[in-house]
Design a protein around this ligand. Structure first.
Ligand code: FVH
Length: 291
């Protein structure tokens, strides 16, 4: 005998919300959809979703509400008018927002008798439900336990704690890593382009190099957690000596260096403070405010 899967209402059918709703449908959940611009419900209704005429209709249709809007202000904007109907429901808010906003929304939801989970989606819409997609969740532990299987329709479900702000913190930590890599990649391509090298000639070596460097992340974490920064890989002193060559190479091709100047200042500071023999893992310590 098959057990009925929980009903889900998905509010916000942009690129990501539509992918989430489609994944819930594919996994066999009854899905109600609502979007400010109603026309976006069409493709999902064609796949079996029930369209809600308004937010109240979506809230009334399922005990699990999944929200994916542009900002958390939008989330408050659509939920405030139906706050009186939220008692007993679970809100899984997968909208991008700060940890502080996640905590505020959790307190607001609790004030209206609803359970709250905040989520950070680590996937593009095309990756949803695939093997590499996952979502960080934080907030009400019982709500996560109850809906972990349902969230499995989207990909991995990683619970990171009761503090509703924690998922956003993990999300941004990973996005910061991604943007850092993006800044490096964009300068690498700009340098190649300025020197007349086709981007495709650089793509494979760049990807191979970044993959190889990513293997050091676990060792770096260990160094940070133990405070053992002495290195047999590459010292801050040698990086201090090499970085001007990198900046000069960019300058020689007319490419701005301002993204890398703060890195140069940080390495200089580290060496001045006596950490020249340490590895790059010393730098996060210098960025962390002393409490
Ligand atoms: N797309 C991605 O790859 C990333 C992956 C990681 C997570 N992000 C976050 O997901 C949120 C939604 O992003 P999105 O890509 O789906 O964005 P859009 O396609 O632009 O859709 C935005 C939806 O939000 C609705 N909306 C905006 N403002 C309001 C409002 N004031 N009231 C009600 N709904 C609103 C919008 O409605 P409409 O314009 O279609 O009427 C869309 O449904 C986001 O937090 C990413 O950072 C995605």
């Amino acid at each position: 005998m098959s057990v009925a899967k929980p009903a889900v209402s998905v509010l916000g059918l942009g690129m990501m919300g539509s992918a989430l709703a489609a994944a819930f449908l594919k996994a066999g959940h009854p899905v109600t959809v609502w979007n400010r611009t109603a026309a976006k419900t069409g493709p999902l209704v064609a796949q079996g979703a029930e369209p809600a005429a308004d937010v109240a209709g979506a809230v009334g249709a399922s005990e699990l509400l999944v929200l994916c809007l542009t900002t958390n202000d939008n989330v408050r904007g659509i939920l405030e008018p139906v706050a009186g109907s939220l008692r007993g429901l679970t809100i899984a808010n997968l909208t991008n927002g700060t940890p502080a906003q996640g905590r505020e929304l959790a307190a607001w939801a609790a004030g209206h008798g609803a359970r709250y989970l905040d989520g950070g989606i680590m996937a593009s819409p095309q990756m949803i439900a695939g093997p590499d997609a996952y979502v960080f969740y934080s907030g009400d532990p019982k709500a996560f336990e109850e809906y972990e299987g349902t969230f499995g329709a989207l990909g991995g479900a990683r619970y990171v704690g009761e503090d509703a702000g924690r998922a956003a913190l993990y999300d941004f930590a990973l996005l910061i890593g991604m943007y850092g890599m993006g800044i490096g990649t964009m300068h690498a391509f700009a340098l190649a382009k300025a020197a007349g090298i086709p981007a495709k000639d650089l793509a494979d070596p760049l990807r191979e190099w970044l993959n190889a460097m990513a293997l050091f992340i676990t060792d770096e974490a260990e160094a940070l957690d133990t405070g053992e920064h002495l290195t047999d890989v590459s010292s801050l002193a040698v990086n201090q000596a090499a970085l001007p060559n990198l900046l000069n190479t960019l300058s020689d091709e007319g490419i701005p260096t301002e993204f890398f100047q703060p890195l140069e200042r940080l390495i200089n500071r580290a060496v001045e403070e006596g950490y020249g023999a340490d590895g790059l893992t010393r730098l996060p310590d210098l960025l962390t405010p002393r409490r």
